[in-house]
Design a protein around this ligand. Structure first.
Ligand code: RP5
Length: 158
């Protein structure tokens, strides 16, 4: 596989069902990615090592999912210059509202682009768009995807 340009990371392997659609979206567009479990709370040094080395290793976007006290996306954003897309995972107790607020409410100066609760697919698609901004071939693929999406709506309406 080519050198990964997107890091798909999550606080626990139990987050994978939420994050797998992000990986699938990247694969659909042929974007090379890597997947790692990193916890801001359980493996803080490993998480920091990953964040501080990510850009130097050739990654260009991070997609980070977590649930509950979901500090992983924000802590990564604090320690890397790369764009970070946060995915709030819905847990049993608060349906993901806790995850959403933990990820979206960042202090000024440390941005995380937060997708909807359980929005792994959109996170992957957003990572593709970030990369497509500087890649005409990928941008054309995104435009084809948008045209197909529109066609599928029209077909259902026919
Ligand atoms: C968070 O705690 C993880 O991102 C996960 O969403 C949640 C529960 O983790 P497990 O107890 O299932 O490992 O840090």
């Amino acid at each position: 596989m080519d050198q990964p340009v997107v890091g798909v990371v999550m606080g626990s392997d139990s987050d994978w069902p939420t994050m797998e659609p992000a990986a699938h979206a990247l694969a659909e567009f042929g974007v090379p990615y890597e997947v790692h479990v990193l916890s801001a709370h359980r493996t803080p040094q490993r998480m920091l090592d990953y964040a501080t080395s990510a850009a130097g290793r050739g990654l260009r976007v991070l997609v980070a999912g977590a649930g509950g006290a979901a500090h992983l996306p924000g802590m990564l954003a604090a320690a890397t210059p790369l764009p970070v897309i946060g995915v709030p995972r819905p847990l049993d107790r608060l349906d993901g509202l806790d995850s959403l607020l933990s990820i979206v409410q960042m202090p000024a100066g440390v941005p995380v682009a937060t997708v909807s609760i359980g929005g792994g697919r959109n996170a992957g698609l957003l990572a593709v768009r970030v990369l497509a901004a500087g890649d005409p071939e990928l941008r054309a693929a995104v435009e084809r995807f948008q045209a197909d999406l529109a066609d599928s709506v029209v077909t259902r309406d026919a």
